[in-house]
Design a protein around this ligand. Structure first.
Ligand code: FAD
Ligand code: SF4
Ligand code: SF4
Length: 662
């Protein structure tokens, strides 16, 4: 017979408002294994933990059940409490009567009944728990950053400054991300390039940082402290070690039809190109889809003109493997598809642009050298209409339901910069609400209205169409005067929603990290662990986790770096003892478990076993306890039931099911 203690937490009114905690205590006391049960307002507080420690000692408990919040929240807390009182930490079970019970029920009787059932299931399980001892695994003192925007750059610099090696894997030919494309930045209106390019150079020159640009993560194996990552370095057809970045090839290339991604497609570039003058690494890349050599077997003008002999048409993708202790995801965002919003004429009229395109049109290094012109005819516009929330806060299903957070501020920035440089241009902004909850942000917006006379109109635009003069007419409703508005204008700028970068789902699945319904990476806890993913050793930096401006991105990047440094500072990590093990008498060596194990923890040996009194040699699965992460995939896959998990055995699960069904 076990001596089990049950501790029912009220979680303030979170649990106690929907669950009758006294009734739960009385109900569990009827279990013959329970020798002590009580409830308390906050079991996780020091007073609550003391109550548990005292009860363990006083009643010589062999196991405890804490009926409280999710184990993700406080399992560790209660395990430490048990250890402090001399009870093995794996003799603790949590019955989640908050997320799985009180938060989802309204009826107190029903909530209480369910809490009792969950508590009984946990008691049945803990009675079959065995004391376990955690092991140790070595930490590889190197970090990987996926994505080289300002988030990845800042995390890399902070980790490298702390003395650890860092690799940045960036899929485009240069680091810098969207910030490198911006003109001036709110709230201070300083030049984006002047802030980001020195940081890019710092990365390139830092002895602890290696940049793999034009590269992608191909495969991730392993676990916290010991990730094994395959990286594909895509062929640039230019030898990076020889290229001097002189750009002669980019000028001579006769194939000039490539979409200039850096200028958002507002102009074209050669088949061999350097994205922008301050690119890091500052080397050329050949885009094989537009290159005449790859299309016709002729040309080769770049090679003839390259004095460094750097062009290498034979170059192949390279795949290499590297070990890391921690991984930071910093894959950022992209502008969401505005072509779905036909009513704004984006696909039909060249003078309807997105805000990021406007950044390039206003940028001194952009396609019009910083002179604001209409893309249709290169002429000066006299009137510009901005439309906010294009695809953001959209519950119709066409756009995104969330607020993109940065658009109100960058629209105010654009409006102000245009009015400052071109006082003759009228600027109108259509908005739903203006959201400016940052330091000096509301003052910034008010400056646009009061000092620069930007015409803010509360209302949604119904339609934009080309008028008989070849210009644009904007049709909207002013929600304050409740009047229809018809505005003739020269340009329309769409503040398009932002969304996680293309390919983020693949990255998340390789890392076994989770994403939310909008594809943003999910934090381990939104309040208490905002820069950690639920997968140990995987951290989040920048907009890949949710919309953010640069100050917020940089703060989060620094926070992620601190977490990485904390991890890399350890020589060893404690490993989870709840690992899989094989029942040799039942295993038939079918390989089902090996195929599903995401950590490569299963191998096979030939072993002599006794079966029904007969001695025979059999192929048997072996679990490497250092690699096994206890995910349980093999226990489900094994057709003969030979695989079991310590701490989550089939017997324990069935005992829980029986207790629930009683
Ligand atoms: P990104 O800049 O998107 O960087 C992500 C990087 O990861 C990119 O280089 C990308 O190529 C790479 N990547 C993506 N997927 C992969 C992959 N699978 N493998 C490898 N690499 C990958 N903020 C301000 O504070 N002030 C402003 O004035 C301002 N103006 C803005 C104007 C506009 C029009 C827009 C759209 C945004 C503006 N912002 C502004 C917001 C700012 O751009 C972001 O806060 C910032 O760029 C976020 O940085 P990031 O590194 O998280 O993402
Ligand atoms: Fe200059 Fe040659 Fe590099 Fe082109 S490939 S930028 S020509 S060094
Ligand atoms: Fe351009 Fe010709 Fe070189 Fe191709 S081979 S990158 S088309 S110059």
């Amino acid at each position: 017979m076990q001596r089990i203690g049950v501790f029912v937490c009220w979680c303030g009114s979170n649990i106690a408002a929907t669950v009758d905690v006294d009734r739960v205590v009385e109900a569990v006391k009827t279990d013959p294994n329970v020798v002590h049960a009580e409830n308390y307002q906050y079991m996780c507080s020091e007073a609550g933990q003391k109550l548990i420690r005292d009860a363990i000692t006083e009643h010589q408990l062999t196991g405890i059940v804490v009926c409280s919040c999710s184990p993700r929240m406080h399992e560790q807390t209660f395990r430490k409490t048990a250890e402090a009182a001399g009870l093995n930490q794996y003799m603790v079970e949590i019955a989640n009567i908050r997320e799985q019970c009180s938060w989802i029920h309204k009826d107190k009787d029903e909530g209480t009944e369910k809490a009792i059932i969950l508590a009984r299931a946990a008691i049945a399980k803990v009675c079959l728990n065995a004391p376990l001892q955690p092991g140790q695994s070595k930490v590889v003192k190197r970090a990987l950053i996926i994505g080289g925007g300002i988030a990845g750059i800042q995390s890399a610099i902070d980790i490298a400054d702390a003395g650890y090696k860092v690799d940045i894997v960036e899929r485009t030919p240069t680091i810098g991300g969207k910030m490198a494309q911006l003109d001036k930045t709110f709230p201070t209106l300083d030049c984006a390039s002047c802030i980001v390019t020195p940081k890019m150079v710092e990365c390139a020159q830092h002895p602890n940082i290696t940049i793999y640009a034009y590269s992608e993560v191909e495969e991730v194996k392993g676990f916290v402290g010991n990730f094994n990552v395959k990286i594909r370095k895509k062929a640039r057809y230019v030898d990076e070690t020889k290229c001097t970045g002189c750009a002669v090839c980019t000028e001579k290339c006769p194939s000039r039809k490539g979409r200039n991604e850096f200028n958002c497609g507002l102009d074209t570039r050669g088949a061999v190109y350097i994205p922008f003058a301050q690119a890091i690494p500052n080397v050329a890349t050949i885009d094989a889809t537009n290159c005449l050599h790859f299309k016709t077997g002729k040309c080769g003008i770049c090679a003839k003109n390259c004095s460094a002999n750097a062009i290498d048409f034979e170059q192949k993708d390279e795949i290499f493997e590297e070990q890391y202790g921690a991984i930071v995801v910093a894959t950022g965002y992209q502008i969401s598809d505005v072509t779905k919003f036909d009513e704004y004429q984006y696909t039909k009229h060249p003078d309807v642009v997105t805000s990021l395109e406007l950044e390039r049109l206003m940028n001194a290094a952009g396609p019009s050298k910083g002179v604001l012109v209409k893309p249709s005819d290169g002429k000066h516009p006299h009137d510009i209409v901005f439309i906010q929330c294009v695809g953001s806060r959209d519950i119709s299903g066409r756009g995104k339901c969330y607020c993109s957070k940065i658009c109100c501020m960058y629209t105010a920035k654009h409006a102000m910069l245009i009015r400052e440089k071109y006082p003759d241009v009228n600027v109108h902004v259509f908005y739903i609400d203006v959201r400016t909850p940052g330091k000096n942000f509301d003052e910034f917006y008010r400056r646009a209205v009061e000092q620069y006379n930007v015409d803010y109109i509360k209302g949604m635009v119904g339609k934009v169409y080309e008028n008989e003069k070849g210009g644009l007419t904007v049709q909207a409703v002013d929600l304050i005067s409740n009047e229809r508005v018809m505005l003739d204008t020269d340009m329309v700028v769409l503040a398009a929603a932002i969304e996680p970068s293309d390919g983020v789902k693949h990255i998340a699945s390789m890392l076994t990290a989770s994403i939310d319904t909008n594809n943003f990476l999910t934090e381990a806890h939104p309040k208490l662990r905002p820069v950690e993913s639920p997968t140990a050793g995987v951290f989040l930096s920048g907009v890949c986790q949710g919309p953010k401006d640069i100050p917020e991105t940089v703060s989060q990047a620094g926070a992620a770096a601190v977490k990485v440094v904390g991890l890399l500072a350890k020589d060893y990590l404690v490993t989870n003892p709840c690992t899989a093990h094989t029942d040799e008498t039942m295993c038939n060596g079918c390989s089902s478990c090996e195929r599903v194990c995401p950590y490569g923890a299963i191998s096979y040996i030939d072993k002599e076993v006794m079966d029904k009194g007969v001695r025979e040699v059999r192929r048997i699965a072996q679990v490497n306890g250092a690699l096994c992460q206890g995910c349980g995939a093999c226990t489900v896959a094994c057709p003969s039931g030979a695989m079991d998990l310590k701490g989550f055995s089939n017997k324990q699960i069935m005992a829980e099911v029986d207790a629930i069904c009683k």
